[in-house]
Design a protein around this ligand. Structure first.
Ligand code: SF4
Ligand code: SF4
Length: 508
């Protein structure tokens, strides 16, 4: 039977059995670079296709709508819910405001996203690539447009072969025009995150936006058009490093898309089955539908491949074929390597994955680390100070001896009011019991504490002079500045301190 099947395969590929002594075909020159084989992915409907479409709508909706959502932060503060305010060096995310010195929150979020990707990959393989990666989502949208204009796979192939005529020019022109519009709108939306969206749009279309905005839109729009419209699967296969890294994160319990060859092989078309009733064919009718729908153009029946983005469209395709021919679904299915082996050996009948596939030592470690970092970030965010103080000691001169006999040191004390509303603060000296301070611009006699105001979301730099009688101080002494934020009743609500050094001539 194996020989008959081999013969069928040779017939199918059009290659005759090699005869000893027969003239050999000239050896083909091999190239290091494979020319691109154009892919015409066929549309398909099914559970995974619906899931993919729903997620794509959600992700694109978030991306395109987010910069238009308003969030009232009070007078003088930007009212865009998500805003990277480069001019004032702030990042706003709804009620959260991040200052440049709090950039570790962004670093924390990136770490969380990275570990989240590890968790997802160890559970469900390249689900990120198949359902959520922007390259997948935007390529899907570009393909949808292509199908609406040029038709499905066969129509596209036919159009490719058709000589250029008016209809082809209109279809191709329209397709590229819509692609360019989507790419442009994608890039324009990106810059809306960096300024008040309605203003940015107005400035952009009236030529008042800064040149960097036009450059960003041109570059990002060009990349979107190239990646999602022209290069498509090549970005996933050749450019993205993720498929190379993810191998370290999957194990034998990770769910991947698998073709169940023990059930499908030997494959044979319906014609072959009629022609050779003596052969006990497997369930695969070699219709090629799983290959036709694949966005990266691979044949999952050849086994796991780097180009497979685990989008599961081949599962939908094969299930629809199995339903039509009255066979059980699941010839191509999500299964772990362990389940695949168990099914192949007959220990398991159907790919059956449950919580054990998801909760195992590797995923528990990833999840624990993820949750610890997330909890740490949330806790830190909830209890973070909204007040900061920074002290710089004048170095030249280090000290001045006044005519009164006092030694004077000068400092620049920078106070950051990180709340959106203006607040009153009190500055106090801690240590140097004989010392007093005077603050330039406050017009008050020397004292050990002063009150002053700082506008909301602003920093105020104070020139502070600290004086100590020359007889009471010698050499270098440490002391501190304490800043208290005061409420309406003058009670402290928040405190920040900063150490400082007082320099005086050494006494002998
Ligand atoms: S082989 Fe299947 S799961 Fe993999 S990319 Fe192609 S259609 Fe998607
Ligand atoms: S869709 Fe199913 S039946 Fe058709 S070729 Fe692919 S695996 Fe075989």
């Amino acid at each position: 039977m194996v020989e008959v099947v081999d013969t069928l395969k040779r017939e199918a590929t059009g290659k005759a059995a090699g005869n000893v002594g027969a003239p050999q075909e000239p050896e083909e020159k091999t190239s290091l670079y494979q020319a691109r084989r154009k892919i015409y992915p066929q549309s398909i409907s099914g559970a995974y296709r619906h899931l993919k479409s729903m997620l794509a709508i959600v992700f694109m909706g978030i991306y395109f709508i987010l910069p238009w959502i308003r969030w009232d932060r009070g007078p003088g503060a930007p009212d865009q819910a998500v805003l990277v305010d480069l001019a004032h060096r702030r990042f706003y995310f709804f009620f959260i405001e991040i200052w440049p010195q709090e950039f570790y929150y962004i670093a924390g979020l990136l770490i969380l996203a990275g570990i989240g990707l590890f968790v997802a990959t160890s559970m469900v393989g390249r689900a990120w690539c198949g359902y959520a990666c922007w390259q997948t989502v935007w390529t899907d949208m570009f393909m949808w447009v292509e199908r609406k204009i040029e038709g499905d796979r066969n129509a596209q192939m036919k159009l490719d072969k058709t000589p250029w005529n008016a209809q082809k020019i209109i279809k191709r022109g329209l397709k590229h025009a819509v692609w360019l519009f989507i790419a442009f709108w994608t890039a324009l939306t990106f810059i809306l995150y960096f300024g008040n969206a309605p203003d940015v749009v107005k400035w952009f279309f009236t030529g008042q936006a800064p040149s960097v905005a036009y450059w960003t839109v041109a570059i990002m729009g060009g990349i979107t058009y190239m990646f999602a419209g022209i290069m498509r699967e090549q970005v996933c296969i050749y450019m993205c490093p993720w498929p190379r890294i993810q191998g370290a994160m999957v194990d034998e319990d990770t769910l991947i898309v698998t073709y169940h060859d023990w059930r499908g092989e030997p494959r044979g078309s319906m014609r072959d089955r009629k022609k050779h009733p003596e052969i006990e064919f497997g369930d695969c009718i070699d219709c090629g539908k799983c290959v036709h729908v694949c966005p990266t153009g691979i044949d999952i029946r050849d086994g796991q491949q780097l180009a497979c983005i685990t989008c599961a469209l081949c599962i939908d395709a094969c299930n629809s074929v199995m339903e039509k021919i009255g066979k059980p679904r699941g010839l191509i299915a999500y299964a772990s390597v362990k389940a695949y082996d168990d099914m192949a050996s007959g220990k398991m009948k159907q790919a059956d994955f449950g919580w054990r596939n998801f909760i195992r030592p590797r995923t528990i470690v990833y999840l624990t680390v993820w949750m610890l970092i997330a909890a740490g970030l949330v806790l830190h965010l909830a209890t973070r100070d909204r007040l900061q103080i920074n002290v710089i000691h004048d170095r030249n001169p280090m000290f001045v001896r006044l005519s009164t006999g006092e030694i004077r040191n000068a400092y620049t004390v920078r106070v950051l009011n990180m709340q959106l509303e203006p607040r009153q603060f009190r500055i106090r000296m801690e240590g140097l019991p004989e010392g007093k301070m005077r603050i330039l611009g406050l017009d008050k006699p020397p004292a050990r504490e002063f009150t002053f105001d700082v506008k909301g979301n602003k920093a105020r730099a104070l020139r502070v002079f600290v004086m100590v009688p020359g007889s009471k101080v010698s050499g270098r002494q440490e002391f501190g500045f304490a800043i208290e934020a005061l409420d309406k009743d003058g009670k402290p609500t928040e405190t920040a301190t900063n150490k400082a050094v007082f320099e005086a001539p050494a006494r002998r």
